[in-house]
Design a protein around this ligand. Structure first.
Ligand code: 2P0
Length: 356
C-alpha cells in the first residue's frame, strides 16, 4: 500500500460518572465554564462505558462518505458539525499540528478527515447520561491517535468543551471539576480527589424508571435556572462551596455517613433550584420520590445511614452504598421493585468505582 492509503487508528474506553455534588449552571456557555465546582464517582467500565475507535487517513479525503469528519454511535451516524464537537476536534488538531510543526518526519494526521466509531455497553434506553463518557472517550481516542503528550487534566480541558460533565470522566475514582477563575477557561479542569482503591468498597445501584425520557435538556434547563431562580444564587454562594468541602473531607476520611448526607442534600438542593426555575423544571417524578422514601426506610431500619440517593436530569435513581451493606440495600430494592409501579424490574447493582 502506498503511504497515502495508510489508516492510523487508536481505541479507548471512558467510564460513566455520577455526580455527588452537582454541576448545574454555566457562567460561559461558549467555553462551557460552570457556575460551580462539582464532584463525582466514576463507575466501573465493565458495567458502564463508551468504547471509541478513532481513525484517520489521507485516503479518507478521496471518498465522499469519509471526506469530512464523522461519528458513528451504536451504528448510527451522529452530527459532528455542532459547536461543541467542533471545538474538541479543533483543539485536538491544533495540538497535533504543533507536534507536526516541531518534527517534520511526523505524518500530517492533523490534515486528514477523522472517523470515530463509538459504542456504549449500556442501553441508551436506560436513560443514563452518556454524553460524559462519550466526549471523554472521543477526546482520549483522538489524543491517542495523534500521540499527544497531554495529561488527563489537560485533556479534561478539551472534553469540558464537548460536555461539562465529560471532563470528570478522564479520571477514575473520586473526581472534582474545579470551576476555575480564568476567563479563557484554562483552569476549569478536573482532578482526582482519590483513587478508587482509596475507598474500594463503595458501590452504586441504578434504578431505571420506565418512562425515562427527559423533557428538558441539561443545557437549556441549567440556563433557565441561572436566569430565573433566586434559590440558585444561594446554592452557588454558600451551599455548593460547603458541600464540596464536606464531600472532599468525607472521601478522605472514608466517612460514609457524611458522604451520604452531602450526596442527598446536594441532590435535593439541585432539584429544589429546578423547582424554583420559572417556569419550573421537574426531573424527579412519583417513582423517583418512592425511591427517596425507600432509602429513608432502609436507613431507618438499619439505625444508621447505609444508602444515599442522587438524581440527575431525569427520574432515574442512583443509590450509593458500601459492599458490606449490600443485603439491606440491594435486597430491599430487589424486593420493593416488584411492588412499585413504574420501575423497570432490572436493578443495575454492585457498580464499583473504576480502578483506572
Ligand atoms: C452533573 N448534570 O454534575 C449534573 C447533574 C446533570 C445533573 O452534568 O451542557 O450534559 O453538556 O455541559 O454535562 C449534565 O450536564 O451539560 C450534568 P453540558 P451536561 O453530572
Amino acid at each position: 500500500a502506498s503511504g497515502d492509503s495508510k489508516v492510523y487508528r487508536a481505541s479507548t474506553t471512558a467510564p460513566v460518572n455520577i455526580a455527588v455534588v452537582k454541576y448545574w449552571g454555566k457562567r460561559d456557555s461558549k467555553l462551557n465554564l460552570p457556575t460551580n465546582s462539582s464532584l463525582s464517582v466514576t463507575l466501573s467500565q465493565s458495567d458502564l462505558r463508551t468504547l471509541t475507535t478513532a481513525s484517520c487517513s489521507a485516503s479518507y479525503a478521496t471518498s465522499p462518505e469519509t471526506s469530512s469528519d464523522s461519528l458513528l454511535l451504536n451504528g448510527k451516524p451522529e452530527d459532528v458539525t455542532g459547536a461543541r464537537t467542533q471545538a474538541c476536534f479543533r483543539e485536538l488538531r491544533r495540538r497535533r499540528a504543533a507536534l507536526e510543526a516541531a518534527d517534520s518526519s511526523l505524518p500530517k494526521l492533523s490534515t486528514f478527515p477523522l472517523r470515530l466509531v463509538s459504542e456504549n455497553n449500556f442501553p441508551t434506553a436506560a436513560g443514563l447520561a452518556s454524553s460524559a463518557a462519550g466526549f471523554a472517550a472521543l477526546v482520549r481516542a483522538v489524543a491517542d491517535l495523534y500521540e499527544l503528550p497531554d495529561s488527563p487534566a489537560e485533556l479534561s480541558l478539551i472534553a469540558r468543551q464537548g460536555s461539562g460533565s465529560a471532563c470528570r470522566s478522564l479520571f477514575g475514582g473520586y473526581v472534582a471539576w474545579r470551576e476555575g477563575k480564568a476567563e479563557d477557561g484554562s483552569d476549569s479542569m478536573a482532578d482526582q480527589v482519590a483513587e478508587a482503591a482509596h475507598w474500594p468498597d463503595m458501590r452504586a445501584l441504578v434504578l431505571v424508571a420506565s418512562a425515562a425520557k427527559k423533557g428538558v435538556s441539561s443545557t437549556s434547563g441549567m440556563q433557565q435556572t441561572v436566569a430565573t431562580s433566586g434559590l440558585f444564587k444561594e446554592r452557588i454562594a454558600t451551599v455548593v462551596p460547603q458541600n464540596m468541602a464536606r464531600m472532599e473531607k468525607a472521601i478522605q476520611e472514608r466517612d460514609f455517613e457524611a458522604f451520604a448526607e452531602v450526596t442527598m442534600r446536594d441532590s435535593n438542593s439541585f432539584h429544589a433550584t429546578c423547582a424554583d426555575t420559572y417556569p419550573p423544571i421537574f426531573y424527579m417524578n412519583d417513582v423517583s420520590r418512592a425511591a427517596v422514601r425507600a432509602v429513608e426506610a432502609i436507613n431507618a431500619k438499619a439505625g444508621r445511614t447505609v444508602a444515599a440517593y442522587t438524581f440527575d436530569a431525569g427520574p432515574n435513581a442512583v443509590v450509593y452504598y458500601l459492599e458490606k451493606d449490600s443485603e439491606p440495600v440491594v435486597g430491599t430494592f430487589n424486593h420493593v421493585l416488584g411492588e412499585v409501579e413504574g420501575w423497570k424490574k432490572e436493578v443495575l447493582a454492585g457498580l464499583k468505582p473504576t480502578m483506572s
